[in-house]
Design a protein around this ligand. Sequence first.
Ligand SMILES: [Zn+2]
Ligand SMILES: [Zn+2]
Length: 356
Amino acid sequence: MRHVRLLPVAPRPFGDELLTSWQCRVACRYSSTPPQVEVWLGRPPTPMRESFQARDFQPDKDMTWRWARASRLEERDLQRIALCDLQRPEECYVTNPLDRGVCPVCLDEDAERGGDHYCRRNWAHVEAAACEEHGVALQSACQRCFRSGLFQFRSMPDGVRLVCPSCTSVISERRGRQPRQDRLLESMSAITEAIDGKGFQLDTVIAASDFLWAPQPHGLPYITCLGISLPYGRLPPSSTAPAPLSTLPLAWRAVSVEAVAELAGLVDRREIGNVPTFAHKAFRNSRGGEEEPAPKNIVATAQDESDELKLRTDDDYRRLALDLLKSQAWKDMPSNTGRKKDRAIGRLMSRALSGG
Ligand SMILES: [Zn+2]
Ligand SMILES: [Zn+2]
């Protein structure tokens, strides 16, 4: 039997959580990073820049086993949320976490429920530019200092929160509700359907995004000549990637999602379309002049890697646990079992661990 060190406290993964998000939530409880935890667990660390392939999409079996054992979870509970088990092709995910967004309303709801902030798997979908549940645009820049950069998980007395790497404010929509993005949502759900249904429509989606981003001999790619407001003041990023949507920054992905849905004939925008007729025609020609499909009505950061986890001694943990059991908050705890009690215990543990 292989031996693995146990982490004193590790939260459970949420059913729709990205594996990296869960690993960051575990690690930040020890002021640490997933690679540091891996060294501590006795295996070579996987750098954060390789997270998509090596953590989220197809995690190594030994790594999954170690994380599961250390957190007292079943191996299959972690494997179940790996992206490769979810029947969506690899090129339909955004690989760089910097190019994904988060929904601040979802995060506020996490906090209201008394839980940690966490990143949803569907925020990594190529078509994810707005929240399917709340309809607001996903956000990749801080609403307080307006800088972008990978949001970081921080352990706070009430739970783990995503914060801006520059000004450390907690990501929240309370700084101003964003408008609903109905049109974008319609395009998104049409693309989701096409991807999940696979087959012919998936091919057309991929062809449309390739077409929009393919370099043109006489100038900029087609994406720049549509009637869509493009991300202000920015030239399109390099588009030589084989699957452009999976490597585009969030703002460029949002405009592409609109255009792809229209070009692929997934939404009916004949009256108020953004894609001009010449682009539709060029796209059909690029597909060998096939018939236009019938319109359908219906979308953590790497620090240096050392093997030091900020663990306390067993005596310290025992003392924390005993203090907790003696505290008034513990005595006031509802006696029934269930989620409410689990959350209350989680909150007490977080507070104790962060010295609150
Ligand atoms: Zn949301
Ligand atoms: Zn900020």
